[in-house]
Design a protein around this ligand. Structure first.
Ligand SMILES: [Zn+2]
Ligand SMILES: [Zn+2]
Length: 169
């Protein structure tokens, strides 16, 4: 190879190397942001097992596209289960008046309450829905106080709760 060709090749290689070094930090930052976004999306998907939406679809109603934002805003105000104080991945935003019967109240903050599906407690299912996702409990606010800190087993053993469950809508 002659020298006249060698020099431009070296110049090009040096320029590429400098460019690679200068852009590397930006590339890493971009990957980090992307990774973070992906983790948040996965976390939100895990958080949103949406029983209300499933029942509503059977009744011909779809969740509003605004629902995830309204649910997140509610969780900022009331982050933990009102029955047991649990906060974390297994909290759910529950509609006191069920979405499938009152779709107009879907986004009403006054119709929302935080309940958990933490293992051994299941306060969303037991007190929000009286043990059936198809059912609901319009007195859930009072019952959350009545059964404060009780486990799923304790509530299911309770005569008052059993009566409510038998008579549930
Ligand atoms: Zn619910
Ligand atoms: Zn709870």
């Amino acid at each position: 190879m002659n020298n006249a060709l060698l020099l431009p090749i070296i110049v090009v290689l040096v320029v590429l190397l400098i460019g690679y070094i200068l852009l590397a930090p930006r590339r890493r930052r971009h990957q980090a942001i992307h990774h973070h976004t992906k983790r948040r999306v996965v976390k939100n998907l895990l958080k949103r097992v949406d029983h209300g939406a499933r029942v509503a679809i059977e009744h011909g109603h779809q969740r509003s596209p605004l629902w995830p934002g309204v649910a997140d805003a509610h969780l900022l105000r009331e982050p933990s289960c009102v029955v047991c104080g649990y906060r974390g991945r297994h909290v759910q935003v529950h509609h006191v008046k069920p979405f499938h019967l009152h779709p107009n109240l879907e986004l009403d903050p006054n119709n929302l309450i935080t309940l958990c599906e933490a293992g051994g407690r299941e306060h969303h299912l037991i007190l929000g829905h009286l043990d059936s996702w198809q059912s609901y409990n319009e007195h859930v606010r009072a019952d959350a106080k009545h059964y404060y800190r009780k486990t799923a087993a304790q509530i299911r053993d309770d005569l008052r709760w059993r009566k409510m469950m038998v008579e549930r809508p």
